[in-house]
Design a protein around this ligand. Structure first.
Ligand code: KIV
Length: 263
């Protein structure tokens, strides 16, 4: 696979080519995903649940993300790799710069941080130092206590407008990509149309530039209830390789997520 860069992803946004992304946490899966043609991999702090068995992402430490980023990068040398900064690892600029250095040195192309307005200064500081930053708004799992659980966000007009404002503000501050999680399809469509950076959706309908899924959801091996927006691609594919190919194909053709998997 050719090396995927941020300008490639920006071109896809311009030419309206949809792309698939997936989480990975180790060498074997990242190699398999990259061999099937996945252009973007996220070392998500979802590893707190999928790998470490916690009930939330909050216990994840920066050293965990470093460890998994190094392993994933070895399996996917040409994939565009983003890694999460975990809970409380970006509470101020100094801490953020220190931790970002660790993650970029581990092999990530971009770091992802959750939140809105309060991140403006931090995003500016990172961008001024040529660090690629991905924002993450909507359902932000690191704030699940504050949000009273894992719920759809942006349903009423005020909340929707707040998310639109945050998306603009973050783009203006310097983010180069945005993840929108669990927001209504129409709102995700509006944010995607109004930003010039690629917008990746999860549980946010099919009208974003890209889609992302947690690998365990896509393969139907998540402990407990699989989120209603996640499709088990393995059950109808027969092998992990075919499931990934089908996921890529359905995202690129705008088949997944259809109505059944959207809000
Ligand atoms: O940690 C993660 O896996 C994520 C995705 C759900 C986007 O942030």
């Amino acid at each position: 696979m050719e090396r995927i860069t941020i300008s490639q992803l920006q071109n896809w946004k311009k030419t309206k080519k949809k792309f698939a992304a997936i989480t990975a946490y180790d060498f074997s899966f990242s190699r398999l995903f990259s061999n099937q043609g996945i252009p973007v991999i996220l070392v998500g702090d979802s590893l707190g649940m999928t790998i470490q068995g916690h009930t939330s992402t909050l216990p994840v430490k920066i050293k965990d993300i470093e460890y998994h980023t190094k392993a994933v990068r070895k399996g996917a040398p040409n994939t565009f790799l983003l890694s999460d900064l975990p809970f409380m690892s970006y509470y101020d600029t100094r801490e953020t710069l220190k931790n970002t250095g660790k993650i970029i040195r581990s092999g990530a192309n971009m770091i992802k941080i959750e939140g809105g307005k309060w991140l403006v200064e931090i995003v500016k500081e990172l961008s001024n130092r040529s660090i690629l930053v991905c924002g993450h708004i909507g359902l932000t799992p690191q704030s699940f206590n504050y949000l009273s659980g894992y719920k759809i966000q942006g349903r009423d007009k005020n909340d929707a407008n707040k998310l639109i404002d945050e998306a603009y503000l973050l783009e203006e501050s310097g983010i180069k990509m945005l993840v929108v999680e669990c927001i209504p399809e129409k709102l995700a469509e509006k944010i995607t149309a109004n930003l010039s950076i690629p917008v990746i959706g999860i549980g946010s309908g099919k009208n974003t530039d890209g889609q992302i899924l947690v690998m365990h959801d896509l393969l139907g091996i998540t402990q407990g209830k699989i989120p209603s927006f996640a499709k088990n691609f393995l059950s109808e594919s027969g092998s992990i390789q075919k499931a990934i190919k089908k996921y890529i194909d359905e995202v690129e053709k705008g088949i997944y997520p259809g109505k059944k998997y959207s809000f």
